[in-house]
Design a protein around this ligand. Structure first.
Ligand SMILES: [Zn+2]
Length: 402
């Protein structure tokens, strides 16, 4: 069951209802803190006595704490409830082909500390190193408990086996992160495709309005990932590989992709595509000038900086990437018509330049009446890492389990 709906919950009445009601109360405290018991009862439709019993339990378990008293006109003074942010920590891990970032966050998703490590080529060696780093990180940031580890990966996870099955940019096949990391750290591990995790966190953070239930997250980095929430449900599909629009071929005679295909959307529109165009333009210029071409690829962050400084070749490479990004986004707008598409990645730093090109291509190519808003997620807020952290946080707060 992939149902997530934080807003249209029903108060359950069966045996398992207690757990569901508990998550509803905890989620209302998270969203509306400081909040009174009366307000929780009003917002949830639960009996006051049920709310009182649940809050007593949450207070005893130190999930919530009581704060200041409020003032009501008729003289009663309700006590407000807050999340106990010191109670628990969450570990988030964001894997990229070159670098992996890990962080400690509190229950409110605030990142308290972060560090990075090289990813490397060997998955077993990586898992062993990651396990040690996580244990060290927890020791450096003692909490009364750690709720778990959330991992976002540039690949697809089989929902039955929880193994990484498709990750062309990592070059890893059929890897089990969960069992060895749980053994090394003693914590429960949640692992998810990075774009799926980003889609979840965008909905969870409620950045796009209460009514949004069709949202697509597009992560743009070494490749392109697409995570889709449709009618409030995260789409994973039978083998967990739903959403691989990054590997839809848009140009059969285009450059070769790591997946084996040619001209995939991600080969044309990822950071790697802009870096490849830049290298081609720059070596062309060198050949014209009569010198030998010995270019090593320019890092994408440098390419963005050069474009900002009006370097013609960097600008041209970025514009080409923007055009191809728009072509793929037009496919998503026409085919799926979500309310919101969130673009995540370093390229959003240059959205002043890239955004208008993307919008123009979408307008030109998508002729339906889809009213999709294209928005960006600020790279400074670590969207992929927050996605990983959400995977763990949602276990405590979601009214319905994923
Ligand atoms: Zn491909």
């Amino acid at each position: 069951m992939n149902k997530i709906d934080l807003n249209n919950f029903r108060v359950a009445s069966s045996e398992t209802a207690r757990d569901i009601n508990r998550r509803i109360v905890l989620n209302l405290v998270r969203k509306h803190q400081p909040i009174s018991r009366a307000s929780i009862a009003r917002r949830s439709g639960m009996q006051r006595s049920t709310v009182s019993a649940i809050t007593e339990q949450l207070l005893a378990e130190r999930w919530v704490i009581e704060g200041a008293t409020g003032h009501l006109p008729r003289g009663r003074k309700p006590t407000f409830l807050h999340l106990n942010l010191d109670r628990s920590g969450i570990i988030g891990v964001d894997i990229h082909p070159d670098v992996t970032t890990l962080a400690v966050a509190n229950l409110d998703m605030k990142i308290l500390a972060h560090e990075s490590m090289p990813t490397g080529n060997d998955p077993n060696d990586f898992i062993a190193r990651l396990g040690r780093r996580i244990v060290d990180l927890m020791r450096a940031h003692p909490k009364s408990s750690y709720e778990g580890i959330g991992i976002s990966v540039p690949g697809r996870i089989d929902p039955a086996s929880h193994r990484l099955t498709f990750a062309p940019n990592l070059h890893w096949h059929d890897v089990d992160f969960q069992a060895p990391l749980e053994q090394l750290t003693g914590l429960k591990v949640e692992i998810e495709n990075a774009a799926n995790a980003c889609a979840l966190t965008e909905l969870w953070a409620n950045r796009h309005g209460e009514g949004v239930s069709n949202l697509i997250a597009v992560t743009v980095s070494e490749g392109i990932g697409v995570g889709m929430i449709m009618n409030g449900q995260l789409l994973r599909g039978a083998q967990g590989v739903t959403g691989e629009f990054g590997h839809v071929s848009l140009d059969a005679s285009g450059p070769k992709c790591h997946c084996g295909n040619r001209g995939c959307w991600e080969v044309l529109a990822s950071n790697t595509a802009a870096m490849r165009s830049y290298a081609a333009f720059a070596s062309g210029r060198k050949v014209q000038a009569g010198s030998k071409s010995d270019m090593s690829p320019l890092p994408f962050s440098d390419l963005l900086r050069l474009a900002e400084q009006n370097d013609v070749i960097a600008g041209k490479s970025l514009d080409q990437m923007a055009h191809q990004l728009g072509a793929g986004l037009a496919m998503l707008v026409t085919g799926l018509a979500p309310e919101v598409i969130v673009v995540i990645g370093e390229v959003t730093r240059a959205w002043n330049r890239v955004g208008p090109i993307v919008d123009a291509v979408i307008q030109q190519r998508s002729l339906t009446h889809a009213n999709t808003r294209i928005v960006t997620s600020d790279p400074e807020t670590w969207p992929r890492l927050r996605g990983a952290i959400t995977l763990v946080a949602q276990r405590q707060f979601m009214a319905q389990l994923m």
